[in-house]
Design a protein. Structure first.
Length: 94
């Protein structure tokens, strides 16, 4: 979330209206945090916590961890980034 949106009320409807939050978590980091590691952690959390009822979440979050691992390892980074963006879109709207 950019600084310009820091005055957004802390409720689901306000966050959903700006496209920022699809669940109940708010996490704040300073500039010393490894955001790639945090992205992997968040995707792994989703994979572990998935209820398993919908395929995009159940399979997509597991594949997301794998894609992030390949991205972090430098394996064809451009392809992995495209795949991760597509996967996140599927997770958001699937």
């Amino acid at each position: 979330m950019p600084e310009s949106q820091f005055d957004t009320p802390l409720d689901y409807e306000a966050f959903a209206a700006i496209g920022e939050c699809w669940h109940g978590g708010v996490v704040v980091f300073d500039d010393s945090v490894d955001m790639a590691a945090q992205a992997r952690y968040a995707m792994e959390f989703c994979a572990i916590e998935s209820c398993g009822k919908c395929t995009p979440c159940r399979i997509g979050s597991t594949r997301g961890v794998e894609v992030i691992d390949r991205l972090l390892a430098g394996e064809n980074a451009a392809k992995q980034e495209t795949l991760l963006r597509d996967l996140c879109e599927t997770l958001t709207y699937g």
